[in-house]
Ligand binder design. Structure first.
Ligand code: G
Ligand code: G
Ligand code: MN
Ligand code: NA
Length: 250
């Protein structure tokens, strides 16, 4: 069987879904918003994670219609939530390089009625490095709309600091690799501190990814980090599981 063809059919037949994971400001004790995470409800193989199909979707170009579906669905869903909640959407390198992303984003915001400030796009360093000049233009266009941009998986790419100097990011998402051993490993702690200091001096917020335990949270708190995401706060779930029916997350 041809996985690429199956993906195309699944997109037409509505077998893709979004799960949402909470992002918290634990200092204020508030939910900031949710990250939309793509899932494939394969007709025979069950739920498939994006790491298994996003690379193929990128190779075949299907990521363009699929990514547009993700953006539209996530914005339409968030438009029904408490207006204080933001929505974060992952953007692939291919989307950044092959389409007029600011135009698409503007169109989706208009169609869904979502306030631009409630949308954040997550971009990895790898995505930027593949096509620097296009990425820069796309980011400037996106931010001109009032949409914010986060650098995803920070610290795992290969030119973190140069990227921060050139590109106008609103948020750093510190990769979960640095959070995992935070409570026991001095190296992880040192890197986390350095990234927090970097964020403070560049005036960019830092969100810790992959927080799973109370001990990790305690270290983050002690170091002055205020925002996090991870299983400790909530697993990615279908919108219906996030809050009482109809109300959306609040
Ligand atoms: O949700 P999960 O942990 O399985 O996600 C695995 C990877 O897939 C992460 O790197 C995440 O950024 C990526 N991913 C999840 N949803 C999307 C999406 O809608 N578009 C793109 N391009 N990547 C996504
Ligand atoms: O690369 P990105 O940050 O977009 O990836 C998000 C992915 O991280 C999702 O697939 C999600 O399932 C996963 N994730 C979210 N929280 C945690 C966590 O606390 N621990 C681990 N191991 N993975 C997490
Ligand atoms: Mn992400
Ligand atoms: Na990430």
């Amino acid at each position: 069987r041809d996985l690429a063809a199956e993906m195309r059919t699944s997109l037409e037949e509505g077998h893709f879904a979004l799960h949402y994971q909470v992002q918290t400001d634990f200092e204020r004790g508030e939910i900031i918003g949710y990250e939309a995470l793509l899932r494939w409800n394969h007709p025979t193989r069950g739920l498939i994670e994006p790491t298994e199909f996003v690379p193929l979707a990128e190779e075949t170009g299907l990521i363009l219609p699929l990514g547009e579906w993700v953006l539209r669905s996530a914005c339409a869903e968030a438009a029904r939530w408490d207006p204080r909640m933001s929505i974060a959407v992952n953007i692939s390198a291919v989307q950044l390089g092959h389409i007029d992303l600011p135009r698409l984003v503007a169109e989706v915001l208009r169609d869904t009625g979502l306030a631009p400030a409630r949308l954040e796009l997550e971009i990895t360093e790898t995505a930027i490095i593949r096509n620097r000049s296009k990425a820069l233009r796309a980011m400037e266009g996106i931010r001109a709309l009032g949409v914010t941009v986060a650098i995803d998986d920070f610290g795992t790419g290969y030119s973190s600091l140069a990227t921060l100097r050139t590109f106008p990011f609103d948020r750093i998402k510190l990769d979960r690799a640095f959070i995992r051993d935070l409570a026991t490993d001095q190296q992880s702690l040192a890197i986390m501190r350095a990234v927090l200091a970097l964020g403070r001096s560049l005036n960019i917020r830092v969100l810790a990814e992959g927080v799973e335990t109370r001990d990790q949270l305690a270290v983050l708190q002690a170091e002055g980090c205020t925002q996090a995401q991870g299983f400790y706060f909530g697993y990615p779930s279908a919108p219906a599981q996030l809050a009482p029916a109809g109300a959306g997350p609040a």
